[in-house]
Design a protein around this ligand. Structure first.
Ligand code: MRU
Length: 353
């Protein structure tokens, strides 16, 4: 399994996702500012991976803080959390992870600073392990929903690269294949950042899972031709009513799936569920640089000064979603009730919410 990110004494090591699939380069972020830059520039991306990266960034920053009192230490810690919290706005896992680190800080603030630093490092490492376990659990819950034989469409990259390992949507696909299902994955290329072609196709091919790359505008035709039996994507934030923010283009895929009578599934850890956000209209959508749209591989493909919109995510209304697969179980409509019920369930892996 590809090592998306790892805590080391030298810093947090990431596989540089901006260089894939042609170069497998690892970068070491030696301080929390470098971790924040890695999140901002999408060296690391994907909601759960962003969450774990942020936790490791907090731990790294805290480890290197020089403070003479707990008050001074807390001021430095708050600044680290603020910088990391300002990197990307949509994936709620980022804020969930920072809040969890803040809680651990508060619970242990009376301990000697050296011990507190070690507790924060241990917590970040625990989140890494828990994320992989959550993905495996999602795989167990979700595999039964996929067809015994057939095509499964996915959008963006919700794989090992988007998580600490194994993946959410791709984890469910992996579990189904490991369980003997005969699945062919159709990977949308996912303009403009091309997570589908650069990352999903790369990691599935590494695993030997049959994968066909299509450009985004081919999805409807593939469905019409009977090549797709299910759609599964990840999520960046799931509102209390089930409305789901995910990579731009997911909304169109969900509507296409509905029109063709194909189930559209979302797989995400419970840390992606944001019960404080009542519905999708309240989810902040990140707007990224116009250059991602006007340029491809460094080459200009639009007129100079062309007006551009580049929302990085869209929101799929809950009514298009057949089920939300989490590590705690599968939620179905009405999601307002089923998600609340899952929130009350103890997680299989002891992760706190
Ligand atoms: O902009 P990105 O690449 O961070 O967006 C990633 C996605 O939209 C993923 O589908 C989502 O984070 C789920 S990853 C398990």
């Amino acid at each position: 399994m590809v090592n998306t990110l790892e805590w080391t004494e030298a810093g947090v090591v990431f596989i540089d996702q901006t260089k894939l699939p042609t170069e497998e380069v690892f970068v070491t972020c030696k301080n929390y500012e470098e971790v924040a830059d890695a999140i901002r520039t999408m060296i690391v991306r994907g909601a759960p991976a962003i969450g774990v990266a942020a936790a490791m960034g907090v731990a790294l920053g805290a480890r290197d803080l020089k403070a003479n009192s707990i008050d001074e230490f807390r001021r430095g810690f708050d600044e680290i959390c603020k910088v990391l919290g300002g990197t990307r706005p949509t994936a709620v896992n980022l804020f969930w992870a920072i809040r969890r680190m803040q809680r651990v800080f508060d619970e242990n603030a009376s301990k000697p600073v050296a011990q507190l630093k070690q507790i924060l490092i241990d917590e970040a490492k625990r989140m890494h392990v828990e994320d992989i376990e959550a993905n495996r659990s999602m795989g167990r819950h979700g595999a039964v929903l996929l067809p015994a034989t057939g095509g499964v469409l996915t959008h963006c990259n919700a794989g090992a690269l988007a998580t600490a390992g194994y993946g959410t949507a791709l984890g469910v696909i992996r579990a189904a294949v490991e369980g003997g299902k005969n699945i062919e994955v159709f990977a949308d290329e996912t303009r403009p950042f091309l997570q589908g072609s650069r990352l999903t196709a790369w990691e599935l091919m590494k695993d030997g899972i049959p994968t066909t790359l299509i450009s985004d505008n081919m999805a409807g035709w593939m469905m019409a031709k009977g090549k797709i039996q299910a759609v599964i994507t990840g999520a960046d934030r799931i509102a209390a009513n089930g409305d789901t923010a995910n990579k731009i283009g997911t909304y169109s895929v969900a509507i296409l799936a509905k029109e063709h009578g194909i189930p559209f599934y979302v797989a995400a850890p419970f840390s992606t569920v944001d019960l404080e956000t009542p519905d999708g209209s309240k989810i902040p959508i990140e707007e990224r640089s116009s250059k991602e749209v006007t340029h491809l591989g460094g080459k200009q493909i639009a007129p100079t000064d062309c007006r551009v919109e580049n929302p990085a995510f869209d929101v799929t209304p809950a009514k298009y979603i057949a089920a939300i697969i989490t590590e705690r179980g599968v939620a179905k409509a009405p999601f307002g009730e089923s998600l609340k019920k899952l929130a009350a369930e103890p997680t299989v892996i002891g992760a706190s919410k």
